[in-house]
Write a protein that binds this ligand. Structure first.
Ligand SMILES: Nc1nc2c(ncn2[C@@H]2O[C@H](COP(=O)(O)OP(=O)(O)O)[C@@H](O)[C@H]2O)c(=O)[nH]1
Ligand SMILES: [Mg+2]
Length: 379
């Protein structure tokens, strides 16, 4: 490898490049440098994927998680578990190969304990994958509620821009208005929707239909309820929001007008027919009061811990982990039932196979191609 420095400017660079290419050099392929590092054993496959995650990162949290995955990825963290499973396979092979050998009754608990520890590591990593998806793709937060509840004002205050039109006329927002924002470094895909109410207006009806569809796809709903008006319409909207079956936070809006306080929350929830332990915030998007509390609750909901560790952001890694976890669970059952050792060996071998695909010690060309083709040239 050699590095050339030349004068700036497109033409000079192009001429130097042409000369170098005509002398026999070739352009690097996408992700070629990372791929070479992987092939030469300088990094595991999940770490190579972390390089891609770093390049693609579009929020602080995502960048942090990707950098953590590069430094100490899931492959490295699970290498001990993989070694343990391999040792247990060897122990079972001894039993299969030597008819006099068998797994003694007193040996069983120790084997089970080791496998259960491995399984715990896998299932912990799997349960962290939900947070990984949110870190990478962003948390989908939908603001919904009755007409004039202050939804668009809330949207604009969170997004810190005049994204949605705000008027005192009920039914102003008709389409779903979306914006990507960052809250405490976490990417949030925020959507404002039309007020949930029966309407004779053709366009508004479509807006309400779209709002209800958006609710069903949300990770989290912010149910905006005007603290000055906790009547029938608000209660009806609460019902529609609850029916979507998604987690939601009750946001009592316009406290600057109503004087509504945190202590008023329980009776307000009861008036709307909502559970008394529902996460709630009373705020004013106009004065900014309690907006920080809403940000805290929203980010806390994402379940993204500050703890450094592998964050599974790749569907491929998730699939491998699932496979390893399920195979080990089956092996545990087989050992408990004193089943034939060859069945247990088959499950444990499947688990090691999945872990080897995860860290790339056993990866076929097809998988490498899909991973590295996503990289840009020069990485
Ligand atoms: N004083 C005050 N007015 C608000 C607040 N939030 C919304 N409003 C007003 O309430 C009306 C309806 O607000 P909007 O955000 O359009 O409600 P939407 O229909 O739910 O989107 C507008 O006149 C806003 O200016 C608030 O926190 N304080
Ligand atoms: Mg609106």
């Amino acid at each position: 490898m050699c590095e050339l420095s030349c004068h700036g400017g497109a033409l000079v660079t192009e001429k130097v490049l042409k000369t170098v290419l005509s002398a026999g050099a070739r352009l690097a392929e996408p992700g070629e440098f990372t791929k070479r590092a992987f092939i030469n054993g300088k990094m595991l496959l999940d770490e190579a994927e972390a390089v891609g995650e770093i390049i693609e990162a579009d929020s602080e949290r995502c960048l942090e998680a990707a950098a953590g995955n590069l430094e100490s990825g899931v492959g490295k963290r699970l290498s001990g578990a993989k070694a343990t499973i391999n040792e247990i396979i060897a122990r079972f092979f001894a039993v299969i190969d030597w008819p006099d050998e068998e797994i003694e009754e007193e040996e069983r608990p120790a084997l089970l304990e080791k496998l259960e520890k491995c399984e715990k590591l896998f299932s912990d990593a799997i349960s962290g994958a939900a947070a990984g998806r949110i870190i990478k793709e962003g948390l989908s937060v939908v603001i919904a509620g009755a007409a004039n509840a202050g939804k668009s004002t809330l949207m604009n205050a969170i997004a810190d821009s005049e994204r949605s039109i705000v008027t005192s006329v009920p039914g102003t927002t008709r389409d779903v208005v979306s914006e990507t924002v960052s809250l405490r470094g976490l990417k949030i895909r925020l959507s404002d929707t039309a007020g949930l109410r029966e309407s004779g207006d053709e366009i508004e009806k479509i807006g309400v239909f779209k709002a209800v569809s958006a609710l069903k796809k949300a990770d989290l709903i912010l149910f905006a309820a005007d603290s000055n008006d906790l009547g029938m319409e608000t209660a009806e909207a609460a019902k529609t929001v609850a029916a979507a079956g998604k987690p939601f936070i009750a946001v009592f809006t316009k406290t600057d007008l109503s004087g509504f306080e945190d202590k008023d929350v329980p009776s307000a929830l009861a008036a709307l027919g909502l559970p008394k332990d529902l996460p709630s915030v009373a705020l004013s998007a106009v004065t900014g009061e309690n907006m920080a509390a809403l940000a805290d609750k929203t980010v806390a909901f994402a379940g993204v811990s500050e703890e450094k560790g592998p964050v599974i952001m790749s569907e491929r890694q998730y699939g491998c982990l699932k496979e390893a976890d399920e195979a080990v669970k089956r092996a545990i059952e087989l050992i408990k039932q004193c089943e034939m050792p060859d069945k247990t060996v088959a499950e444990l071998t499947a688990a090691v196979g999945a872990l080897s695909r995860l860290d790339g010690t056993k990866a076929d060309e097809e998988i490498l191609k899909t991973i590295f083709d996503k990289f840009c040239v020069g990485k």
